[in-house]
Design a binder for this molecule. Structure first.
Ligand SMILES: Cc1cc2nc3c(=O)[nH]c(=O)nc-3n(C[C@H](O)[C@H](O)[C@H](O)COP(=O)(O)O)c2cc1C
Length: 340
């Protein structure tokens, strides 16, 4: 893709009011990105990648920036506390061919923020802007975006508004605002109002994030903030169909039907198989478990099925339990039809 096209491509993505899969460590790997894209995610972001790990060639970091041709559009997110190292790592990541490079300025976890990385940048907004400027200068052919929070906390007037303006000035192409302070972690409500205020002072796209849990939340967040799009994190872990539901509501004004029991069971099977192929049987089955409770929610007999899945380590065992559950649901449905 030519330089101009990369920037235009990103702009076009944001023009279409995207519903974006949030970066989530240990969650938004290639398997989960493919799965979410399959149910409507318009854009995905990798797990955050440690710049030091990447620059010393650590296997985990290199795996995180691997983007096969079907894994597009995907943004690679990096984090670190040293501007020069961030710029260097951004260049390495750009070679993997992402849609953009995103700089994580929002991770509140103490071992990261206390070292000046992630949300640590919010303690010195001027330094964040200077760092972003350095990364942008290093990547003339690749858009650079920033994901951050509204402030460190508990400021009375959040720095995000002034920050948005200054980040745009140094060439940042888009901003995602997780509408909490760093101090809040994941507690308390996300205040979308700050994304609206940031949106008002810039021309670059702004994405609103935090507590978007349904199609109607997505529509409301965009309506209330005038942001270009929404980013969904935790809800996608349990209900990835949120992407197609939001897409449908945003495009047509109509929320699409919830997933059928067959779709729910099929997604469990697809996710299990893909994780086992990527990580081996034991680990693949184990990491998929955290999703299954949500995927199976509302199905008749879901509680018992979950109890059985939790103690079943083999892929075949899990698949058989899921097939049996679907057969039982179909049989029950057929019997109801016969009685009616
Ligand atoms: C398990 C988990 C891992 C996360 N990892 C990252 C990350 O690597 N980079 C990042 O910018 N945010 C990360 N976040 C924050 C999310 O991207 C998002 O900003 C936050 O969860 C709020 O959105 P939500 O209310 O839709 O979940 C993580 C969140 C969770 C729950």
């Amino acid at each position: 893709m030519s330089t101009v096209n990369r920037f235009e491509h990103l702009r076009a993505l944001y023009m279409a009011r995207p519903v974006i899969l949030a970066p989530m460590e240990d969650v938004t790997d290639l398997v989960f990105r493919r799965l979410c894209r399959g149910v409507g995610a318009d854009l995905c972001v990798t797990e955050f990648v440690n710049v030091e790990g990447l620059l010393r060639g650590a296997r985990t970091a290199l795996r995180k920036i691997e983007l096969p041709p079907d894994d597009q559009p995907t943004v690679i997110q990096i984090y670190g506390s040293d501007p020069a190292r961030l710029a260097e790592a951004a260049e390495v990541s750009a070679a993997a061919g992402p849609t953009a490079i995103d700089i994580n300025c929002g991770c509140w976890v103490p071992k990261i923020a206390a070292r000046g990385a992630g949300a640590g940048w919010l303690r010195d907004p001027g330094a964040m802007v200077a760092m972003a400027k350095m990364v942008v200068a290093r990547l003339p052919t690749m858009p650079v975006t920033v994901k951050t929070r509204i402030g460190w906390g508990p400021e009375s007037e959040m720095p995000i508004v002034e920050l948005a303006r200054r980040l745009e000035e140094v060439g940042v192409q888009a901003l995602t605002v997780h509408c909490r302070t760093a101090k809040q972690g994941h507690d308390g409500p996300a205040v979308w109002e700050w994304a609206r205020k940031a949106r008002e002072v810039v021309k670059m796209p702004v994405i609103v994030n935090g507590d978007v849990r349904s199609a109607s939340d997505a529509a409301r967040a965009i309506a209330e903030t005038a942001c270009e799009g929404v980013m969904v994190g935790r809800r996608a872990i349990e209900h990835p169909w949120v992407f197609r539901e939001a897409r449908s509501l945003l495009d047509t004004g109509v929320e699409c039907a919830p997933p059928t029991p067959a779709e729910r069971i099929e997604l469990c099977k697809v996710h299990l198989r893909a994780n086992v192929a990527a990580r081996g049987e034991k680990h693949g089955v184990a990491v998929t478990r955290r999703h299954l409770t949500g995927y199976l929610k509302g199905l008749p007999g879901a509680a018992i099925l979950r109890q059985r899945l939790v103690v079943t380590e083999s892929l075949d065992g899990n698949l058989s339990l899921l097939d049996e559950a679907l057969a039982r649901i179909h049989n029950a449905g057929t019997m109801m039809e016969a009685v009616a």
